[in-house]
Design a protein around this ligand. Structure first.
Ligand code: SAH
Length: 348
């Protein structure tokens, strides 16, 4: 798909037409099922200085925590008992939670029946990723955050765009189902940048993609940035569906925090995944990525599995029973190389 077509989705097409085209595309390529994933935020310790992130080193005010191994396994098993078939292990980049500790969590969770594990733990060496894969991890989520290398390097001092891309390629080579995506509404990010993010994800033939609005956090260098327009956040989600017809696309928790009835709206604008927060409540309150996240999940249980199941029922969509693995695109030219292809000639 070319840049002009995507630009037409993001800024040209009438809002409601765009959202309903994305909804039809989701139905045609992914069906009506909604996948409920469960996230466990195992630590908010992080050595990174990402300018946008509320658990980065910039935030001197948040109390830091690290869940014990047994707390992680307990939370995962409670989720599995509630019907969650994918556990997402997410955390800051914490030297005290090394690849070995993450592997032990993966192994502990994989003892449950028919549960997939997604790791979302940032940048590691190929060797560490291989250990995680060997420990049983099925998927890995690593957002590119922005595919503009200049912006990326400015926002993530100490990291590099090149290394992020290296990680994504390593993960694909190692047979993970890979997810990526970006933040929408970063300072100095243009519409062309967002279109490049969508093109980047399309070229990577991702199994999963997340495009979430950037919400400024008071204890970070970007505290004075503006919140993105909720309609733009929804437009980019819808455009992502049209660009990546077979990818699993969640309603990000950030979208749910920014847009009133965000889960319902997102699920009707191309998304087919929601994420329940399985983190024990006292820790979840400290996983302070952006305002509106920690407090809501801990206090009003907006993001609990039970609440999300009710919400899925209210919009008359079935809850998926399976693990929700990557959907393979129809094989192109009959020769399938085992990657998850999402390139379509024509659709919608
Ligand atoms: N350290 C890991 C995962 C933890 S951060 C990593 O770097 O991949 C998880 C995600 O939270 C990030 O990918 C980022 O896109 C999102 N995030 C961080 N700060 C945010 C903010 N202020 N607004 C919206 N999303 C944010």
């Amino acid at each position: 798909m070319n840049r002009e077509t995507i630009k037409g989705f993001v800024i040209g097409k009438e809002f409601r037409l765009l959202l309903s085209a994305a909804d039809r595309c989701r139905k045609q390529h992914c069906g009506d099922e909604v996948h409920l994933r469960g996230i466990i935020e195992y630590t908010n310790n992080c050595v990174c200085r990402c300018a946008y992130c509320g658990i980065s080193l910039h935030n001197k005010k948040v109390r830091r925590y690290r869940l014990a191994h047994d707390e992680v396994i307990g939370a995962a098993l409670r989720g599995a008992a509630e019907g969650v078939r994918t556990i997402v292990l997410q955390g800051g980049e914490d030297p005290q939670t090394g690849a070995g500790a993450i592997c032990r969590m993966i192994e502990g969770i994989k003892r449950a029946d028919n549960v997939a594990v997604t790791v979302s733990a940032g940048e590691w060496s190929r060797r560490d990723y291989r250990m995680m894969r060997d420990a049983g991890a099925d998927r890995y989520l690593l957002k590119i955050e922005t595919a503009n290398p200049v912006l990326f390097n400015a926002l993530r001092p100490g990291s590099s765009f090149e290394n992020r891309v290296r990680c994504l390629h390593d993960l694909q080579d190692l047979g993970f189902q890979v997810g990526s995506g970006s933040l929408v509404g970063l300072p100095d990010q243009t519409i062309d940048d967002v279109i490049n993010d969508l093109l980047f994800c399309s070229r990577m033939e991702l199994a999963m993609a997340t495009f979430s609005p950037f919400i400024p956090h008071i204890n970070t260098p970007l505290k004075n940035a503006r919140k993105p327009d909720p309609d733009i956040a929804l437009r980019v989600l819808a455009a992502a569906r049209l660009v990546l017809p077979r990818a699993h696309i969640p309603v990000s928790t950030a979208l749910a925090a920014l847009v009133p009835n965000g889960y319902e709206k997102g699920l009707q604008a191309g998304a087919n995944v929601v994420m329940a927060d399985l983190t024990p409540a006292d820790a979840a309150a400290l996983y302070d990525l952006y305002p509106g996240k920690a407090e809501t999940s801990a206090h009003n249980e907006r993001d609990s599995a039970a609440q999300l199941k009710r919400l899925i029922g209210r919009i008359s969509r079935p809850l998926a029973e399976g693990r929700g693995d990557a959907l393979r695109a129809e094989s192109i030219g009959g020769d399938h190389d085992g990657r998850y292809r999402t390139s379509y000639g024509t659709f919608c």
